[in-house]
Design a binder for this molecule. Structure first.
Ligand code: SAH
Length: 396
């Protein structure tokens, strides 16, 4: 097996819990390897650190699979880890039929995401190493959870391209099926695997449910970046009088309409296909006000180097959103950018509120991603979602 030697900084990171090695941390390679092969990782002094998948074409050059010398990296290992990951969701977290079954390195399965929606599992693979085990993974999912009849591969997007993997979107194993209806709190949602990411954003589940308790009859609610209506449908189901869903994707807005019908709330919904920035500016010009505004944008910061520009985008969106909340209303604001930590996110919202002339009170403890997207304490990379529930008052 080929050997890779890493510098002191990369070695320290691994010893502290990191499971990835960046290209810049590699000082020497010995033996031949192709992208996706398994290599052993050593310190300069020759101490064994672990083994994992290598991809010399990727900035993340090694994804460790194990730190144990004797553990063999094969389909039995992955089958066992998938079984354990599923059991954690069901037995410890108490999820039932719709949950993230595997969350990459947090489940020691680097480059593998599995979302389960009833009888369908939607998977995303973003490392060449894991790609080789794709069919074994699909079989293991069905074995771990016999109710699953379809494994859909949603292998598209930036992370695939970055690893030099082809983009595919199709049923990989089992019945040809793309849609199912899941339950979430008091709401129900159609999940279509052909939508964005795995089809549905399970990470905001608990935050969407948390919104329900703040909704009173008669309220006007604005859900910006609504996707298929996650927050909007919960607000309507909880009794809001009027809910406006805004998304730039016409497909997403059509799905909000379908979900509204499914939940019997169509009469209280309005829809806008358009860019959030322009739509909100127009609303501010018209003097519109809402009891609750939800802002759940896509990740504005994809790379560390985009931090400044991304924070500006969060600032602009939140500054607009705050102006649309009435005095004594609520702002729910989120960021799914891993590079924006809670402190940076708080600093951004404080600056936006100062400019908008608003006082903010924290309504809920700081919120993050749902527990079926586990945060591995030793790995900063696994923590990404921040959500704040804020009570908004005019500074007068
Ligand atoms: N809140 C949703 C998830 C939002 S995902 C839920 O709970 O399910 C982010 C959404 O923002 C996507 O649907 C995407 O189409 C939309 N989006 C991205 N850029 C946008 C823009 N500039 N204006 C409006 N919508 C945008």
């Amino acid at each position: 097996m080929a050997r890779v030697t890493v510098d002191a900084q990369a070695a320290r990171a691994i010893e502290k819990g990191a499971m990835i090695v960046f290209k810049k941390g590699v000082v020497k390679t010995e033996g031949d390897f192709k992208p996706g092969d398994v290599v052993e990782v050593y310190t300069r002094g020759g101490r064994f650190l672990g083994k994992g998948f290598v991809n010399p074409d990727s900035n993340i050059m090694i994804r460790l699979v194990t730190k144990d010398r004797d553990t063999r990296i094969n389909k039995e290992l992955f089958r066992e880890r998938i079984r354990k990951a599923n059991e954690y969701r069901k037995k410890v977290l108490g999820y039932d039929r719709a949950y993230r079954m595997v969350y990459g390195e947090a489940d020691y399965l680097p480059g593998l995401i599995v979302d389960r929606f009833n009888e369908i599992a939607s998977i995303q693979i973003s490392s060449v190493g894991m790609e080789r085990f794709k069919l074994d993974v699909a079989e293991a999912i069905m074995e771990a959870e016999p109710e699953i009849e379809t494994v859909f591969e949603k292998n598209t997007g930036r992370s695939r391209r970055r690893e030099g993997l082809p983009e595919v979107e199709r049923v990989l194993l089992g019945k040809e099926k793309y849609r199912t209806i899941i339950r979430e709190g008091k709401a129900r949602f159609i999940v279509d695997m052909r939508g964005q990411k795995t089809g549905f954003f399970l990470d905001q589940r608990e935050n969407r449910i948390a919104l329900e308790k703040y909704i009173r009859p008669g309220m006007r609610v604005l859900d910006v970046f609504s996707y298929t209506g996650g927050f909007a449908i919960h607000a309507a189901v909880a009794g809001a009088e009027e809910v406006v869903a805004v998304d730039k994707s016409p497909w997403a807005i059509d799905m909000v309409k379908e979900n509204a019908k499914l939940n019997g709330v169509s009469d209280r919904m309005r829809y806008i296909v358009g860019s959030a920035f322009g739509v909100m500016e127009e609303m501010i010009r018209k003097g519109e006000k809402f009891d609750v505004v939800i802002l759940d944008p896509p990740a504005f910061v994809q790379h560390e180097k985009d931090l400044k520009r991304g924070l500006r985008a969060y600032f602009n969106i939140n500054y607009s959103g705050l102006q649309l909340v009435k005095d004594g209303g609520i702002l729910v604001t989120a960021s799914c950018s891993q590079h924006v930590d809670m402190q940076a996110f708080k600093d951004m919202i404080i600056a936006a509120s100062a400019k908008a002339g608003k006082f903010l009170k924290l309504l809920e403890p700081y919120r993050t991603q749902a527990p079926d997207h586990p945060i591995l304490m030793a790995s900063k990379d696994t923590e990404y979602l921040k959500a704040l529930f804020l009570y908004v008052e005019d500074m007068k």
